[in-house]
Write a protein of this length. Structure first.
Length: 277
């Protein structure tokens, strides 16, 4: 068996995805290797071939179908990555999104939807599955998708995975990382912000706090003061897409929980000392 793209003859099997790909160029030669039949499309008509065994030589029609399917899948995965990148650079859920999209594509779960709608629905599902705070209104803007259509697609994904209650409680650490990644790529700053978040989370857990972006931007501002990072409040506000007044108001409420009124009172203080207070 030779690769129809580069004529290579070395392949590797991904049992998780059910794909046989060329080691040299990465072309996906066969999907669903052990199905009873292979389905492909010719001039818009769905055709079922006789049983295909691993290593059998594809005819020209099957080659065209495999090439088209591979291209469509790659485009869908690329759109998923564009959506993830708009939320966070090097998104940690990239592999899970690719896994879900590939599974749903091969099982024809979203066949009646456009490629942009598929990508948006899959990304939204995986984000909420992993307690990631994101609104469908925000996510759909990247490709200008229709809300009603997306909701139907998401419902179909939930049904496929038998996961109708996939939307777990929001993970505050993820939301914080989302905000800090917009402010700076300095790992030390992100780590310090996490320590401050861990200080305030227990204090706000059983209250009526609305934990939107201003809350996490204020955590960053407090961290800047405790750890003396050279970043201005206006910069945090601009990059987090909130106002300075929102940060000031939220910061004042947070500091009151640990017995302080102003950021100047915690500037340079040891975080463990603040925990004891």
């Amino acid at each position: 068996m030779k690769c129809i793209e580069c004529n290579g003859n070395q392949f590797e099997m991904d049992e998780r995805l059910g794909e046989l790909s060329c080691i040299d160029c990465g072309y996906i030669a066969v999907t669903e290797l052990f199905e009873q039949s292979v389905r492909y499309v010719s001039d818009g008509e769905v055709i079922h071939s006789p049983t295909k065994l691993l290593g059998s030589k594809p005819n020209s029609m099957e080659k065209n179908w495999l090439k088209s399917a591979n291209s469509h899948l790659a485009r869908g995965l690329n759109m998923c990555n564009i959506l993830l990148a708009s939320l966070m650079v090097n998104h940690p859920l990239k592999d899970r999104v690719e896994e879900c999209y590939s599974q749903l594509y091969r099982k024809n779960v979203l066949t009646n939807y456009g490629i942009e709608e598929k990508a948006t629905a899959v990304v939204y599902y995986v984000l909420r599955e992993n307690r990631t705070p994101v609104s469908l209104k925000e996510l759909k803007q990247e490709f200008s998708c229709n809300t009603r259509t997306l909701n139907r697609a998401i419902k179909r994904i939930n049904k496929h995975y038998n996961n109708v209650s996939a939307y777990n409680k929001i993970d505050p650490l993820y939301k914080l990382k989302q905000v800090t990644s917009k402010i700076t790529d300095e790992l030390n700053f992100a780590s310090n912000c996490q320590e401050v978040l861990e200080l305030f989370e227990p204090l706000t857990q059983d209250t009526d706090w609305v934990k939107e972006t201003p809350y996490y931007a204020s955590i960053c501002w407090i961290a800047k003061n405790i750890y003396l990072h050279p970043i201005k409040q206006q910069e945090i506000a601009k990059k987090a897409s909130v106002s300075s007044s929102q940060i000031k108001l939220t910061t004042k409420k947070l500091l009151a929980l640990i017995g302080y009124e102003k950021c100047s009172q915690v500037r340079g203080k040891n975080i463990n000392e603040l925990r004891r207070n």
